[in-house]
Design a binder for this molecule. Structure first.
Ligand code: UDX
Length: 426
């Protein structure tokens, strides 16, 4: 997020210095390499560096004296109890405090409600909370075309500076106080997560009542009050934001002795999704022990090499635990996945990964998988079964290549639901 934002600001004509404390990342950036997969970002960074507007350092004190704005874009990863760990933000605030007054301090990191006002009391200059909404895999596009800009501050002059900064992007601006801005960020991610769990629950019901969930989503989405987005059922939401921010919001609520039942259910449905997926595969294969399963896709979504809280990895781990051999492929996330889950067999070619498989699982909706030569895949597998965990919409093509296809919403036959599966129906 920090790098995309910095490079984007450079494109808008600003001089930006990025402070990176990880020596390996800093080294890569200084040599013109972007140390993760994000479409279009390497070009944007190269252009900004060549134009002399973007540079990299590990020293905030050295970088900031001439800066009029300091943006804090560090991570706020989850603590074991789900609470957001703001220690990296605290470090940046402390460094900014030592710089003295004379510049605007802007928090872009997702921080618990109340953080910005607390930070304001410690810094001599004005402080703004300005959440970032860009998505992984389309971060560059999202930077230049934001749906909205949210500016949370108690200092009107500071709001005006940020408004001017974002004006070229032409997005609607929401000016408000810091707690409201902080809550807009959490509530937005919680709502997106809710849509995913909602359609997953509808898909689950569709499996029993004979309704086609993809047409249900299409029919619902045409109502502008509902909208067509985030209605794709599958193995659930993952990534570095949706699950983490939902847990952090729940933790904030708990501090006030609140029990937001809907938000708790969104998380529980998401966890049940992965379990149901593996249960269903186990029934289809009449047991998982010693079966060979090919996993296509490990990243938490297409367009990234990020495997943080990836539902695909959670499914793969569960398959291993039940005794399956797992042969995995991902166009970008192989190395990242191998660091987290070394017990899988990794293949650089999807056709190698599927060889000898009793089932092929689509777990990340990479466009590459839609374009596979599925007849070649059919020749290589032991059993022609594809279980689509992402509603990729290629079932007709798979069927034409001779596969049995099971996808979210496919009718469940052959067994009564277990008690744990029906928990959400009762
Ligand atoms: C999210 C927010 O969208 C973004 O605004 C915020 O700044 C950061 O968090 P991101 O984590 O990149 O972005 O992913 P997103 O596109 O929101 O997808 C999250 C997860 O939901 C993925 O695992 C995705 O596969 C899943 N998803 C999404 C579904 O399962 N079904 C859908 O219909 C949509």
């Amino acid at each position: 997020m920090g790098l995309t934002f910095a490079a984007g600001l450079s494109r808008l004509g600003h001089r930006v210095t990025c402070v990176e404390k990880d020596p390996a990342k800093l080294h890569a950036l200084r040599h013109g390499r972007v140390p993760f997969h994000e479409p279009g970002l390497a070009e944007l960074v190269r252009e900004a560096r060549e134009g002399g507007l973007l540079r990299f350092t590990d020293d905030l004190a050295g970088a900031a004296p001439t800066a009029s704005v300091v943006f804090c874009a560090v991570g706020t990863p989850p603590k074991p109890n789900g609470e957001a760990d703001t220690s990296a933000v605290e470090e940046v605030v402390e460094a900014a405090r030592r710089l003295g007054s004379g510049r605007l301090f802007v928090i872009k990191s997702t921080v618990p409600v109340g953080t910005t006002d607390r930070v304001s009391r410690r810094l001599p200059g004005p402080v703004v909370y300005n959440p970032e909404f860009l998505r992984e895999g389309s971060a560059v596009e999202d930077f230049f075309h934001p749906y909205r800009v949210v500016i949370g501050t108690r200092t009107p002059a500071a709001a005006a500076v940020l408004e001017a900064l974002y004006r070229p992007l032409g997005a609607p601006v929401v000016r408000t106080d810091p707690p409201t801005a902080e809550m807009i960020k959490y509530a937005s991610n919680a709502f997106l997560a809710t849509k995913v769990s909602f359609i997953n629950e509808i898909a689950h019901i569709c499996e029993y009542v004979g309704a086609d969930v993809s047409r249900v989503a299409e029919g619902m989405g045409l109502d502008p009050r509902i909208g067509p987005h985030f209605l794709r059922p599958g193995i659930g939401f993952g990534g570095s934001c949706l699950p983490k921010d939902l847990r952090a919001l729940l933790e904030t609520a708990r501090e006030y002795l609140l029990e937001p039942a809907l938000l708790q259910a969104v998380l529980r449905v998401n966890e049940a999704q992965r379990r149901r997926f593996v249960d269903r595969l186990e029934v289809l294969l009449e047991g998982l022990a010693d079966k060979t399963v090919a996993v296509l896709g490990l990243a938490f979504k297409a367009g990234t090499d990020d495997v943080r809280e990836s539902p695909a990895l959670a499914v793969a781990e569960r398959l291993l635990a039940r005794g399956a051999q797992v042969r995995a492929h991902d166009p970008a996330a192989l190395e990242a996945a191998a660091r987290v889950l070394p017990a899988l067999s990794y293949f650089a070619e999807p056709y190698e990964a599927v060889t000898g498989a009793d089932a092929v699982l689509l777990l990340t909706d990479w466009p590459e998988y839609r374009e596979l030569d599925w007849r070649e895949v059919r020749r290589r597998v032991r059993r022609p079964l594809v279980v689509d965990g992402r509603s990729t919409g290629i079932a007709p093509r798979l069927a034409a290549a001779g596969f049995q296809v099971v996808e979210p919403g496919s009718p469940v036959r052959g067994r009564a639901p277990r008690a744990e599966d029906s928990e959400w129906l009762t």
